[in-house]
Write a protein that binds this ligand. Sequence first.
Ligand code: NAP
Ligand code: SF4
Length: 674
Amino acid sequence: MSDAYPRCFEPLDLGFRSLANRLIMGSMHTGLEEIEDGYRKLAVFYAARAAGGAGLIVTGGLSPNRDGMLGLGPMEHSFPDCYHEHRQITQAVHAAGGVIALQLLHAGRYARHDHPVAPSAIQSPINRHAPRSMTKDEIAGTIEDFAASAVLAREVGYDGVEIMGSEGYLVSQFLCERTNQRDDEYGGSWEHRKRLAVDIVQAVRKAVGSDWIIMFRLSVIDLIEGGMTAQQTMDLARSVEAAGANLLDSGIGWHESRVPTIMGGVPHGAFAHYTRRVKQAVSIPVAACNRINRPDIAESLLVNGDADLISMARPWLADADFGSKAEAGRADEINTCIACNQACLDFIFSGRAASCLVNPLAARETEIPLSTTASPQRIAVVGAGPGGLACAVTLAERGHEVELFETAERIGGQFNLARVIPGKSDYAETIRYFERRLLSFDNVTIHCGTQVGATELIDEGFDSVVIATGVRPRQPSIEGIDHPMVIGYQQLLEGASAGARVAIIGAGGIGFDVAEYLTHPSGDNVVQEYEQVWGIDPSPNNAGGLVDNSNVYVTSARSVYLCQRKPGRFGATLGKSTGWALREGLRKKGVEMIAAVDYRLIDDRGLHIEVDGTPRLLEVDTIVVCAGQDSLDDLYAPLLDAGIQTRLIGGARKASELDARQAIDEAVRLAARL
Ligand code: NAP
Ligand code: SF4
């Protein structure tokens, strides 16, 4: 970040009000509203972000009527059904000095209930519920519902609304030929297809008056066939500005798009140049979004003129104080979102309220209160991987005296391996964050390069010991496993070289990571490479911004085989929101995935396997073992026997659940109790 006052903290003047700074907390469905006491929890959640420096908060999307409800949860309701509950949210945010807008989202054919409506009766590939075509009366009623909901939002204290016009929801469905085959004044020509968006903005502006925020979330690139062209996108931007919008937010891709847009493999700020195109078409402020997770990235996009505002959603889960830390020049203290999706989107997709892998307190503010301890203890934490680090920091924050032991010369554990995987460089930020936090306490002593034994821990007389020693890689019993061509994933990721032909034993998360590591293109222009792999073609007249590249392979210097013993689908244990893209990315790089493998022998010729009873030789020069792990819990029994309060967390407790999310969550919850 520049030494001068950061541009992201220049207030933005909207004419009738000022936004404290240019960092928006973008809309994200948390699922809190669907659980008991959810609105109070949401109020605490948003108020923490307002206090932490969010210039403007946009809530998760709520429908202006029942047809448009997303229908994800049993208690889901439309905004008019629950608007009175929202007063506690707006009051809490205002008390914390924040500004908050309600997102109005009509799901259209994405609604997961039995009565979805859409411009035309065309079913979405990602929804088993087929929609029916809306009548003209229903369209008129929906426009009125948007306006009426905005009036209610103003009544309960919101500072504005964001109209969801992207990501493939109802407004997008009207805009694009793919989903709109009507032949009335809301379909057919471009002028007709954009009418719903314009009519909604006009109706809302008329209903709420001029001194209120109307933000329109506009798809700067649809990433689907039959989507908008760039010309249409810019025309839409001008039209919604003329209709009364005073802010534009960027949306990237439809939910049914087969292009990953937010996972770690997407380069930082990859879509800002599409936002820039829109910004040049209008005179109102425009926000950029997606894969902007550090203040320096936000700053450079603003300075570069790509956008007037930066909208981030997940980074505010990872750190409620993102804004105030950045503003105070303490960016190195920010807990950075690593784009893993494991506790935010993957939780939502499995029916749980969102949280965050690197910050389990996110959206659990009322559930895991962290108070200063009344009886400080001397606690040893053994292992400085993500779990041990989170435990040590939380214990220290609560006032305990902590000694942290780590065998390796540096902290970070498995994150030191993850950080070298293409798309996972942000994992290094987590280590930086914990290091910075640890150094800020005077009640923490760190012993790196120290293999502490049970006797020393007993002799030291600690009140409690937390064992976060993690795992040791599993060595499968295959004849020839000691052959020199066999290496472990740890050796590989720590720098051991691999040949031109590689077989990977085990296709869990680490097997996938290793395959990516071995085949990733090594060019300098990461945005161009990403666009080439996923077939993104931003030329102005290309509908949806895509070209068909289903058969385009990205040249990899290596041939790689990824093997698993179980039959069927690869990557079943990967995250719901990322597994498909990791699989597709490896396919595009020519990785051969072989299931139902029986490992027979390793010799100078390579890896001998049988697949469905048929022998096959994989002629490789390197074999990388990624066959899971076993717990490293040797300290546990002797400490317990000595009568010391001892707790196991993370992989040391259960190797099959070696997973940073689980480890950090267990660590913070334990440290909150001790
Ligand atoms: P894992 O997910 O348990 O996968 C280990 C793989 O090795 C399995 O696919 C298993 O498949 C195979 N295997 C197990 N025992 C074997 C044996 N004796 N011989 C040969 N193959 C054997 O473990 P991991 O890949 O090490 O990942 C560890 C954890 O890290 C996971 O819990 C995951 O959550 C996390 N992680 C996730 C990601 C991600 O989501 N992108 C990335 C990295 C790590 P078969 O038995 O079918 O062969
Ligand atoms: Fe970011 Fe992962 Fe946290 Fe989601 S769970 S907010 S992607 S760090």
